[in-house]
Each structure stands twice: as structure tokens, then as C-alpha cells.
Design a protein. Structure first.
Length: 258
């Protein structure tokens, strides 16, 4: 299925979403964000989709917001743009299915926010990441929300936000912004293999585990354990947990119901 700005393909349980506006550096315009929002809404209840891969056409992953939408407008218009972007980022986080960013080229500002928001991120060696809004008088405050929750230290997040200097893929891996760096020519194959590996797990189990992870990570340790142990009990009562444990004990492959 091909939209105006986002192309969608489903392969073996993996939904590939491709930002498809390379002429505009895959800017996150309101139209593009609207298409993403609608697709993530549909995926929530689509059992055929087990994992989502977010990628893009052209040499730039995403340049962030379309600057034409955030100049010479009023506060109401600006509010609508950032609210829509936040809705998409939260749709990714709240989706009960893993989302993997496949990054080539440059991911800047809200494009970097998009990468930081995804559950996993794999980048080509030539990829780089930046939050350069400060250089044009617009601090990357909303991208900083995802960035600060993704990189290893507050100081590194602030360095990126205060200077706008691009971070190469190798450093992005060191600071925890991404999970893996692969040769450019291996990016597509590597991400597809990772997605298929995850898609082979029980969708029921993933749908329990992903939201629980994000819920507990914002809590102090005692509260986090309180949440986590209750989720473990709930998980154990599900069909696929029983099947998985039984299959392990019987030394056979599990046959997931979900």
C-alpha cells in the first residue's frame, strides 16, 4: 500500500513504513505525520502486524519538521504542529508492538526524535544524528524529551541540544541512541533479520512486555518492582506463557496462539 508520503508493505508479520518524500529530505510535515498517525492507529488492532520497521527513501532519514509550517504562523498553528508530532511519537511508544528505526544518512531535530522514540534503532555506518535547532533560533525542546530518555547521560543530551553538532553512528551507539551500527550495504538485510527474529516471539507476550517496560522505567526501584512482579503474574496466566514454558520443558518449538 502506498500513501502520498508514507509507503506501507507487510512481509511475514513485519510492517515496513517508508518515509517517501526524499525531495523534501523526508521532512515531518503535518501531512506525513498524519499518515503515520493513521497507520499506527490501524496497527494497534491488526494481528497481521507483529513488528514495525520505520525507514526512509533517499540520502536523508528525516530532516525534522517542515520549516515552512513553523514560520509566519500564529500560536494556534504552531501548537497544532507540535501536538500532532507528539501524538505520533506517543503512538509509537504506546503501540503494543516493537518499532525499529532503520537509519541511513542524517536524522535531525524531530527526525532524531523519531529515532530516539523507536524501541530499537539500527544505523548504517554513514548515518549521523543531530538536534541543531539552536543554530536557527529554535531550541529542540520536544526532540529533547525523547533524546534525554534515550542517551546515556543528561550531559550528552545537553551537548547535542546546545551545540547542534552531528553525532556519528559510532558515537550514537556508544551513548545508547541506537542499538547497532552496520555497513551501509548491510542495513536493509540486518534490520529485516532483526525484525523477523522479534516477530517470531509471541505477540501476546510482546504486548504485555513493551508497555510494562516503559511504565516501570519512569518509577523509582521499589515501585518499578511492584509493577513488574504484577505484570509477571499476569503474563504467566496467559496461554502463550504456558505454551512457551511447556515447550521448553519438552524440548520442542513453541506453537504460539498469538
Amino acid at each position: 500500500m502506498i500513501g502520498q508520503l508514507v509507503r506501507y508493505e507487510l512481509q511475514e508479520g513485519v510492517a515496513f513504513l517508508t518515509l517517501n518524500n526524499p525531495g523534501r529530505r523526508n521532512a515531518l510535515s503535518s501531512e506525513l505525520l498524519g499518515e503515520l498517525k493513521e497507520l499506527f492507529r490501524e496497527f494497534d488492532d491488526d494481528d497481521a502486524v507483529r513488528v514495525v520497521v520505520l525507514r526512509s527513501e533517499g540520502p536523508v532519514f528525516s530532516s525534522g519538521h517542515d520549516l515552512n509550517e513553523i514560520i509566519d504562523r500564529d500560536a494556534e498553528a504552531y501548537t497544532a504542529v507540535f501536538a500532532l508530532c507528539t501524538e505520533v511519537m506517543e503512538a509509537i511508544r504506546l503501540l503494543p508492538k516493537p518499532v525499529i528505526a532503520q537509519v541511513q544518512g542524517l536524522a535531525t531535530a524531530a527526525g532524531c526524535q523519531l529515532v530516539a522514540t523507536c524501541d530499537l534503532a539500527v544505523a548504517a555506518e554513514s548515518a549521523s544524528f543531530a538536534t541543531p535547532g539552536v543554530q536557527i533560533g529554535l531550541f529542540c525542546t520536544t526532540p529533547g524529551v525523547a533524546l534525554a530518555r534515550s542517551v546515556a547521560t543528561t550531559k550528552k543530551a545537553m551537548e547535542m541540544l546546545l551545540t547542534g553538532t552531528p553525532v556519528l553512528a559510532s558515537e550514537a551507539l556508544e551513548i545508547g541512541l541506537i542499538n547497532r551500527v552496520v555497513p551501509d550495504e548491510d542495513l536493509e538485510v540486518s534490520v529485516a533479520a532483526l525484525a523477523r527474529q522479534i516477530a517470531g516471539a509471541s505477540a501476546q507476550t510482546l504486548a504485555i512486555g513493551k508497555p510494562a517496560f516503559y511504565r516501570q522505567i519512569e518509577l523509582d526501584r521499589p515501585a518499578a518492582y511492584d509493577v513488574a512482579q504484577k505484570v509477571m503474574v499476569d503474563n504467566l496466566l496467559k496461554e502463550d506463557a504456558h505454551e512457551g514454558i511447556t515447550a521448553f520443558l519438552q524440548k520442542r518449538d513453541p506453537e504460539w496462539k498469538y
